[in-house]
Design a protein around this ligand. Structure first.
Ligand code: NDP
Ligand SMILES: CC(C)=CCC[C@@H](C)[C@H]1CC[C@H]2C3=C(CC[C@]12C)[C@@]1(C)CCC(=O)C[C@@H]1CC3
Length: 345
């Protein structure tokens, strides 16, 4: 058992603090006067006021060292959705989260803030202004989502005022911003391979894209408002930019901002989804012989061709959330942060 001394409310740990969201969160926490322990499988940077603990979150002993004298834990580690590795998702998002909760108990941590995902309610069909009381997806669109659902339930069910252990889940959607290794790089890679010519469906589907600083703001508000007498205990909160945008307009603004042409030709949604499903099945059958990673997975086609935007009214009401950076400004900042992905660079 770890020795317990009274933790300071300004001492926190960020599990997954070397990742895209995690690092932005760490930087903001340091600005706000927190002392931060980062726990991650890799160390990606150095920062004054931050102590790194390298390890796998499934390793309780390693975690305990990072949680010593910590009162608030942010858990934003996960394998990347693109890894599509069921056993890895199960091990890290489910078994690993159980270990995180257990280690929090042993270390005397008072608050656990989980980065969940709005996709826990998404089944590949339209969601318009979805609220947190939508049921969890019965048929999640991939293993990542399947394990994010179980992970969220584990964390919210662990909330116990009696034990002095409070939990909350933040559900962001479509996080983007400087240093994101997914959205802009995937988009530009697709454009460079000449595959960004088509709009899937009629192009009118609205989606939430959330600037990383707004997601960070939601996490810190949640941590600071989470108290035994607050409505946040054991609840999930959507955090978005609160400006749903046409998926294809958003993609076009990033593409054009970086000097590429926006897609112009339309393809029927059901046709592209059917082809993606076929390719995915073929990849599954051939997996023992050869590992293929198709660009157009059914999950990606569903994300690109359906409405999926969420209400953050609950976060506004319970924790005074308002996005800090509007979408237009967020897109400008993001485009400027990727000079190496500019056409011709
Ligand atoms: N990006 C998005 O659009 C959205 C993200 N989310 C959630 O936000 C969180 C952060 O996402 P994001 O910043 O994009 O992801 P990143 O992959 O950038 O960050 C996750 C970090 O966790 C680390 N990690 C993975 N497995 C382990 C492990 N077993 N032990 C310790 N550390 C580990 C990763 O290391 P390594 O890179 O080596 O794997 C990485 O540094 C995730 O929980 C994700 O599900 C939710 C909604 C949308
Ligand atoms: C809204 C949301 C949850 C975004 C998450 C990030 C990624 C899932 C997207 C980032 C770039 C997107 C993209 C496509 C699908 C979804 C993304 C990977 C396509 C592959 C969809 C089909 C195309 O025509 C090309 C797109 C490239 C960019």
């Amino acid at each position: 058992m770890a020795t317990r001394t009274r933790p300071s409310s300004k001492r926190c740990a960020v599990i997954g603090g070397s990742g895209f969201l995690g690092r932005h969160l760490v930087e903001r926490l340091v600005d706000r006067g927190y002392t931060v322990n980062v726990f991650d499988i890799r160390q990606a940077y150095e920062l004054p006021g931050v102590t790194f603990h390298q390890g796998d979150l499934c390793d309780r002993q390693a975690l305990l060292l990072a949680l010593k004298e910590v009162s608030v834990v942010f858990h934003c580690a996960s394998p990347a959705p693109a890894s599509d590795d069921r056993a890895l998702f199960q091990r890290v998002n489910i078994d690993g989260t159980r270990t995180v909760i257990q280690a929090c108990h042993e270390a005397g941590v008072q608050k656990l803030i989980l980065t969940s995902s709005a996709s826990v309610v998404f089944e590949g069909t339209d969601i318009k202004n979805g609220r947190e009381d939508l049921p969890y997806a019965k048929k999640p669109i991939d293993y990542y989502t399947e394990t994010k659902i179980v992970q969220e339930k584990l964390v919210l069910e662990a909330c116990s005022k009696e034990k002095g252990f409070l939990t909350v889940a933040i559900r962001p959607h479509g996080i983007f911003g400087p240093r994101d290794p997914q959205l802009v790089p995937i988009l530009i890679d697709t454009a460079r391979r000449g595959k960004m010519k088509f709009i899937i469906g009629d192009g009118s589907n609205l989606v939430d894209f959330t600037y990383v600083e707004n997601v960070v703001h939601g996490h810190i508000l949640a941590a600071e408002h989470l108290k035994a007498d607050s409505p946040l205990c054991g609840q999930a909160y959507h955090i978005t930019n609160d400006e749903p945008v046409r998926f294809w307009d958003f993609m076009s603004q990033i593409l054009e901002g970086l000097g590429y042409s926006a897609p112009r030709y339309h393809l029927p949604y059901t046709l592209v989804y059917g082809i993606a499903l076929l390719l995915w099945l073929m990849a599954l059958v051939l997996r023992p012989l050869i590992r293929i990673k198709p660009t157009f997975t059914p999950m990606r086609v569903a994300l690109a061709g359906t409405h999926h935007y969420y209400s953050c009214a609950r976060a506004k009401k319970d924790m005074g959330y308002q996005p800090l950076v509007p979408l237009r400004e967020a897109i400008v900042r993001t485009v400027e942060s990727y000079p190496h992905l500019r056409k011709g660079a």
